[in-house]
Unconditional design. Structure first.
Length: 218
């Protein structure tokens, strides 16, 4: 089993991100316009918060968002088949003169249903066979704990573990495909945010007032 190399998905390679050395676990960097980021708290809490999913009937596999006040950032939750929310990725931000720097990473706990997503079927078969053999050799009635340890060892060798403490659920980062999925989700979130009419904006409009470029003075 080979160790995977670290990587960084960077949308702005010419920009020098100010905190990159201080946040070595970063897997994704983006620049967000200040105007867009300023709308984000109200937009998420009004339209895409994980707490609203039940009201809007989110389907299994849907993704939800959570705004974090301190330090400012986002959490990205993935909805499992049973309807439960599973933390999948997070991002912290730093305001700079050119906008807002975003530092993101995929973060999946060992007790998440998505923990095994990055194990190929071939590797999983190998791990299952090894777990059954070790359980027989040790006269264990259940090979589940052995399989869990083998999987953690596999992730450790691939350099995927960001928390690896005995007796506690491990946490892994994401593969490049998972990080790119996170990147695309953020792009979609920012685009929807810029186009949305926030509740505070709707309240400021006068009854019967028509807005939009079509009716603007030339």
């Amino acid at each position: 089993m080979s160790t995977s190399k670290s990587f960084l998905v960077n949308e702005h390679p010419k920009h020098r991100f100010s905190r990159l050395r201080e946040i070595p676990e970063t897997q994704l960097t983006m620049l967000v316009p200040t105007s867009t980021w300023g709308r984000m708290p109200e937009y998420i809490q009004s339209f895409e918060s994980v707490s609203l999913a039940g009201r809007f009937g989110a389907d299994p596999g849907d993704f939800e968002w959570e705004w974090v006040d301190e330090p400012q950032g986002l959490r990205w939750w993935r909805r499992a088949v049973d309807g439960s929310e599973q933390l999948f990725a997070m991002a912290a931000v730093v305001p700079v003169s050119s906008g807002v720097e975003l530092y993101g990473m995929v973060s999946v706990s060992e007790d998440s249903v998505f923990w095994a997503d990055v194990v190929s079927s071939a590797i999983l078969t190998e791990l299952n066979d090894r777990a059954r053999q070790l359980a027989r050799d040790r006269h264990l009635a259940d090979d589940t704990p052995t399989l869990a340890q083998l999987r953690r060892d596999h992730y450790r060798l691939r350099g995927l573990l960001t928390l690896d403490v005995a007796g506690e659920p491990a946490i892994r980062c994401g593969t490049i495909r998972e990080v790119e999925r996170f990147q695309n989700a953020l792009r979609g979130l920012f685009e929807r945010c810029t186009k949305a009419v926030l509740p505070s904006e709707a309240r400021r409009r006068l009854p019967g007032q028509v807005t939009g470029a079509l009716f603007s003075a030339s």
